[in-house]
Design a binder for this molecule. Structure first.
Ligand code: G3I
Length: 483
């Protein structure tokens, strides 16, 4: 049994040359200077999304719908998936307007974030009048009912919204009065209800790192991660009003949350008078943090905003681009490609450049083993780990790299990282548009996870060797050819 070290140090110059040659034959290198012309496309260059809140009642407005579909690749329902909308009577769920937004978005290739499951506000009347164990059970039932409807369909859920007070303690609410564990109960319930969707905590006034509320939320996330409470992301609403503007330490806040092992996202951005410098700065802070996965503005045109008198958005009432739009687009376009090295990996790894995907399907062959990336027994079950196996030309070894950097097999099942750390399993899972299912196929033969920055890696060369994530090390056991 060869040791890991012996695999790493074995010189495989021939394999490396072959890998580069093979990629060169089938892939076209992207133009590093190409600037995308829409917010969504510009964000996608670095593996991120750019979204907007959508109100179902406005979708009939052609200017609104045209701008939204053109510019954004992620959508949040502004009010239509909140508890008062989705469970107006206890046990009677209503998804009409939520589905209207979901269908409108997905028919245009836009992904959808769910907002929100447990919140002190916008509760239906029957829920507002509950307390104690009855409210706790109602919250659990609500999460189960709504998540069952959208199971497997959404990119993320804001499971809990705005649960902290400005002083960093828990906000007093009927939910809080059911017991301090209500938030973790919500997250555990959500994970069981839909294991495929990212689970987020979402709040406002948590952008300034030194602010008490930021620290309160940070400590909760840290505690959840240490105790295994399922949580995948933190949404920073980023409502910058006259009294709350872009803090100079915003990037520190994002990277500090990310260092806990969660994704971060800016989920409801709007800025008083759409300050170009604040919009550019908040965008730059996100693109500087590898685990900042996307930005959502809270509405399309100024007049669509809950703060319309402050003209806080990127389009004016006529649907024209404002100066802030250009500052955001430029910051997105200036961002490099998706991160390819782990922020925690040791220095010395190179940053290979992602390549444009080929069309059609092909094999992914290990440079060291000559064996193919294979789904055991042609399984289509979520969670099946992929392995190396003798190439056989069959469907369980036929992969396609999509323009959104998904590696798919059987047409619609995605290569998926079960975690982001060293040794995380690489498996198949229903495609959900998330960063753990996005891959950069690099010119040096490595395939790196957009979420983790780590490389596809195998410990050995034989049939059945499982594929995992590992810090990129430049060795042949992390190089593959697509053919
Ligand atoms: O649809 C009814 C309409 O029929 C009625 O005539 C009218 C009378 O006031 O109200 C309309 O509903 C309003 C709804 O927006 C749709 O426009 C509600 O009153 C109003 O309260 C509601 O406001 C929403 C607010 O959340 C409620 O908390 C905003 O649209 C929405 O942008 C805002 O979003 C929140 C996020 O969910 C969480 N973070 C803060 C953010 C801004 O407050």
């Amino acid at each position: 049994m060869p040791t890991r070290r012996s695999l790493r140090v074995r010189p495989l110059i021939v394999g490396a040359v072959a890998a580069v040659a093979a990629f060169g034959a089938v892939l076209v290198m992207p133009d590093a200077n190409a600037a995308a012309g829409t917010l969504g496309a510009a964000a996608a260059q670095s593996g991120r999304y750019f979204g907007t809140a959508i109100a179902a009642s406005r979708l009939g407005d052609s200017t609104y719908a045209t701008v939204a579909a053109r510019e954004f690749n992620m959508v949040t329902a502004e009010n239509e998936m909140k508890p008062d909308a989705t469970e107006p009577q206890r046990g009677q769920f209503s998804f009409n307007s939520g589905d209207q937004i979901y269908n409108w978005a997905t028919q245009r290739g836009l992904k959808v974030r769910g907002h929100t499951l447990a919140w002190h506000a916008q509760q239906p009347g029957w829920m507002q009048s509950l307390g104690g164990s009855a409210l706790r059970q109602a919250m659990i039932d609500h999460i189960n009912g709504v998540m069952a409807h959208y199971r497997g369909k959404l990119a993320a859920w804001d499971v809990v919204n705005e649960a902290f007070a400005e002083n960093g303690s828990r906000r007093s609410s009927n939910l809080q009065s059911t017991g301090n564990d209500w938030i973790e109960v919500a997250f555990r319930t959500a994970r069981a209800a839909d294991p495929s969707v990212k689970l987020c905590y979402n709040d406002y006034n948590i952008e300034n790192w030194t602010y008490a509320k930021t620290q309160g939320v940070y400590n909760m996330i840290k505690d959840f991660k240490s105790r295994g409470v399922p949580i995948d992301c933190v949404g920073l609403q980023t409502h910058f009003t006259g009294g709350s503007s872009l803090p100079s330490n915003f990037q520190t806040t994002l990277s500090s949350f990310a260092a806990l092992g969660v994704d971060v996202a800016l989920t409801e951005v709007d800025v008083t008078n759409a300050s170009t410098s604040q919009y550019a700065g908040l965008t730059q802070a996100c693109v500087n943090v590898p685990r900042c996965i996307g930005i959502t503005v809270w509405g399309v045109r100024d007049g669509d905003s809950w703060r319309s008198s402050e003209s806080p958005l990127l389009f004016d009432n006529g649907g024209n681009k404002k100066a802030a739009y250009t500052s955001v687009l430029n910051a997105l376009n200036a961002a490099g490609p998706a991160p390819t090295t782990s922020p925690t990996s040791p220095g010395g790894t190179t940053s290979p450049s992602p390549s444009t995907p080929p069309s059609g399907t092909g094999r992914i062959v290990g440079a060291q083993s000559g064996r193919c990336l294979d789904v055991p027994n042609a399984s289509q079950n979520n969670g099946t780990r992929v392995q190396l196996y003798d190439c056989n030309g069959q469907a369980n070894q036929a992969w396609a790299l999509s323009s959104s950097r998904q590696l798919t097999v059987y047409g619609n099942v995605c290569l998926d990282a079960a975690g982001a750390g060293n040794g995380s399993a690489v498996q198949i899972y229903s495609c959900n548009g998330q960063a753990n299912q996005q891959w950069n196929v690099n010119s040096n033969g490595t395939i790196t996870g957009v979420q983790s920055g780590r490389c596809l890696d195998v410990w050995g060369t034989g049939n059945g060797q499982q594929v995992q994530l590992y810090d990129c090390n430049g060795q042949a056991n992390q190089r593959f050819t697509l053919s």
